[in-house]
Ligand binder design. Structure first.
Ligand code: GLN
Ligand code: ZN
Length: 769
């Protein structure tokens, strides 16, 4: 095909769309079904209605080829597990008896049967259910869902393109089933899995699919030569099938790197590549392999992960370059639109000016259509859209929201010294010991205490105007009194105020920082029926006034023991928000860090001697490619230190992270230079303590001795044993005693009992020292 005809035929498409519906109808129907209030049939009807509405809307907007099979009741990786017949043994009976109930049992577990493990989908905040495979796994094809959903779209007169998780990614995301040796490599099952994919492809072709999309995002991560070979084999085999639709292999979230020549050389009919800034290297790499002559290229030029309007002129120029590199170029978002909210126009409270800078799924769809039109018919065909876009981008660039000169001056003036405490840890530790007078093996908690129904009701009452601010604050104070009284009675050494006033550890701060934007309806699926509303880092960040000081000082006024101040760190503030796309993440992190630094300093001035800055997201934001990690960790750790380095040597800085595996960032944890770190460890029998010791971590640490993920109360001897294990790795002068994480999801009865146990265990082990 010539360049011109490639352009003339340019089409608009997307890989997936938010599932929940404009009013979260799907969430309500599924949760109703779980409670027995909605029948399975009613749930299916609601779901089918939502799919139809989405397709119609996409088609009306001008999308030429709609995705099918991307819909899910819970998770598309779990759907793939069903499609390939890899249901774990423990769930087989339930799935056979009632496929829908069995499906949800795999996702959520039942009284007797554990669910599949859930983990993050690459570096997004979406979570998938991890396939469990072993040498005995037998795959069988079940294409029913894919075929039915394709048929629904075709029945509307639309061109549907089924979207499947590709076989290589599926296996790379899997883990050894329970009872299978940890060294088992699921990728060894590839030859068994491919015939099942072949069958599904044949079924889809028979059902009318012209194209099928196989998503292989795992190929944007660093892969071994063996893994790349597996990918080559998979697509040589699938490409070599005779009874198959045309195959499109999609990648997103980063550059393909070494996998690009592998896929470009495979006998498939098209590739979908991410061309947003994060994956910009794809452009050169594609040219370097000689492009995709004769093949279809879907260009992901509209960012599917952020909420900002596209720079249409820039995208068109990228598309123009790509025209010379493939037989045919189509336009799409960089990844499924699952990761963005549905529709920005629903945000009626947002300043209309700012609204023009936002693009949620619906607006992104329109951008894709505009770009495809521009590509097919020339810029003249989209003159008005280009002009409006240029105006919006210009206003955004010079808006006082985006650019606050005071914030810019302050960030520019940051020096190396600002991000370092003025004394080394050893000297600080001595000063802190003298100042705080804590016993050996001091006990503390991670911050939150149970978020009771009454607290949630109080917040709802406040929002609905049923109670005023004064009434609400009285309730919070009463809660703080109770939390402090309990901790004193239980004998904890460093107390917390309990975070009763916080709806969420990021939102609470986002609401109080200038430059952050909240949404009313910006729900994004986190997992299953859980949706979150990430706040938006819209402009330069500053802190108009203290955010936590009054609650912490109120708690401190009730006790003589130290009350720990409690803040969310800059990296986590970024990780759980939508970030700006008009400046490096490092710059945004620095602004947030300076705002938090003011809070840290104000807490100290108000008499707080222990301040915890939580960074549970430090590891999850780690770039997908190892080559990008050093630069990330550099700015991330600097932002943490900038937040915490303005205090006196005798003020003790704590941090907290909730994971047991952090071997790859142990140096970064060291670089935070926090005086004390608390980590999850109860389930891994203090593995983190050994890892810290192996690294030579010189500071204090509290590996958790109470697993807060279940209502189970640990036994006193069990907790004491964990402490003894911890002591083998970390000396008593540097070991803290605490739970794995915050207690907000726990009930009071088990919290009381568990913390009493924890104090008893600390006393027992202290007596043995
Ligand atoms: N301080 C927070 C809490 O206790 C920390 C939560 C977290 O690590 N996710 O709830
Ligand atoms: Zn935690």
């Amino acid at each position: 095909m010539t360049t011109e005809s490639a352009a003339a035929a340019a089409r608009a498409t997307v890989y997936g769309y938010p599932r929940q519906g404009p009013n979260r109808e799907l969430k309500k129907a599924i949760e109703g079904y779980w409670k027995g209030r909605v029948t399975a049939d009613a749930l299916r009807t609601t779901a089918a209605g939502l799919r139809r509405a989405t397709w119609r809307q996409l088609a009306e907007a001008g999308i030429d080829e709609v995705p099918t099979g991307d819909f899910s009741y819970y998770d598309h990786v779990l759907d793939t597990t069903v499609m390939v017949g890899a249901v774990p043994d423990r769930h087989r009976e339930a799935v056979a008896a009632d496929p829908l109930a069995g499906y949800f049992a795999m996702a959520r577990g039942t009284q007797d049967v554990a669910p599949l493990e859930m983990t993050k989908w690459f570096d997004t905040n979406y979570h998938y259910l991890v396939p469990e495979l072993g040498p005995d796994t037998v795959f069988t094809a079940d294409s029913a869902k894919q075929v039915a959903e394709l048929a629904e779209a075709l029945a509307l007169g639309l061109t549907g393109r089924p979207v499947l998780v590709g076989p290589v990614t599926y296996l790379l995301l899997a883990k050894p089933a329970p009872g299978v040796a940890a060294g088992f490599d699921p990728l060894t099952l590839l030859d068994r899995l491919l015939p099942v994919y072949a069958e599904v492809l044949a079924d889809l072709r028979a059902a009318g699919a012209q194209w099928v999309q196989l998503d292989e995002p795992a190929l944007v991560q660093d892969r071994t030569p063996a893994e790349l070979n597996a990918a080559a084999r998979a697509y040589r085999d699938l490409g070599g099938l005779t009874d198959r639709p045309r195959l499109l292999v999609a990648s997103y979230f980063d550059r393909l790197g070494e996998a690009l020549p592998v896929l470009a050389g495979a006998p498939v009919d098209g590739l979908a590549l991410d061309f947003t800034e994060a994956a910009a290297a794809n452009l050169e790499a594609l040219a370097a392999v000689g492009g995709l002559p004769g093949k279809r290229l879907i260009a992901g030029v509209v960012n599917g992960r952020n909420i900002w309007v596209n720079d249409l002129a820039k995208s068109l120029s990228t598309l123009g370059t790509l025209l010379g590199l493939a037989g045919h170029v189509d336009v799409a978002a960089s990844c499924s639109l699952l990761h963005v909210p549905l529709d920005a126009t629903a945000e009626r409270d947002t300043d209309p000016q700012i609204l023009r800078w936002l693009a949620f799924a619906r607006q992104k769809t329109a951008e894709i259509v505009t770009l495809a039109k521009g590509l097919a018919r020339g810029t003249e065909a989209i003159t008005a859209e280009l002009a409006a876009n240029r105006a919006d981008l210009a206003l955004r660039a010079c808006s006082p929201v985006t650019r606050d000169p005071a914030v810019r001056a302050r960030t520019a003036a940051v020096t190396e010294a600002d991000a370092h405490r003025c004394q080394q840890y050893a000297e600080r530790a001595a000063a802190q010991r003298a100042h705080l007078g804590l016993p050996l093996l001091p006990t503390t908690t991670i911050g939150s205490f149970p978020q009771t129904g009454e607290l949630r009701t109080a917040r709802a009452d406040l929002r609905a105007g049923r109670i005023g601010t004064a009434g609400y604050e009285e309730r919070i104070k009463a809660e703080i009194q109770e939390v402090i009284a309990f901790q004193e009675k239980a004998g904890l050494d460093v107390l917390v105020h309990g975070e009763a006033e916080r709806n969420d550890m990021v939102q609470y701060f986002a609401e109080q920082l200038a430059g952050y934007l909240a949404t009313q309806h910006g729900w994004v699926q986190s997992y299953g029926t859980r949706y979150v509303r990430p706040p938006i880092l819209a402009g330069d960040i500053s802190r108009p006034e203290p955010m936590t000081v009054r609650w912490t000082t109120y708690a401190q006024s009730l006790t003589d023991r130290p009350v720990k101040g409690m803040l969310t760190g800059p990296v986590t503030m970024l990780a759980w928000s939508f970030v700006r796309d008009d400046q490096p993440l490092a710059d945004t992190a620095r602004q947030v860090a300076l705002a938090l630094r003011d809070e840290v300093n104000d807490l100290e001035t108000a008499g707080t001697s222990v301040i915890q800055v939580d960074e549970p997201a430090l590891r999850e934001t780690l770039p997908l490619r190892a080559a990008d990690r050093a630069a990330y960790l550099e700015w991330a750790t600097e932002a943490f230190r900038l937040t915490t380095s303005g205090v006196r040597p005798d003020t003790q800085i704590h941090t907290h992270m909730c994971y047991a595996e952090f071997g790859d960032i142990v140096q970064a944890i060291d670089d935070l230079d926090a005086d004390v770190i608390s980590l999850e460890a109860a389930r891994s029998h203090m593995q983190v303590a050994r890892e810290l010791a192996a690294h030579g971590y010189p500071r204090e640490a509290g590996p958790g001795v109470y697993d807060i993920h279940s209502p189970r109360v640990p036994g006193a001897e069990e907790a004491a044993d964990l402490l003894r294990t911890g002591l083998k790795a970390i000396p008593a002068e540097r070991l803290w005693v605490n739970p794995d994480c915050g207690l907000k999801t726990r009930g009071w009865p088990e919290t009381r009992a568990s913390l009493e146990t924890l104090v008893t265990a600390a006393r027992t082990v202290r007596a043995e020292l």
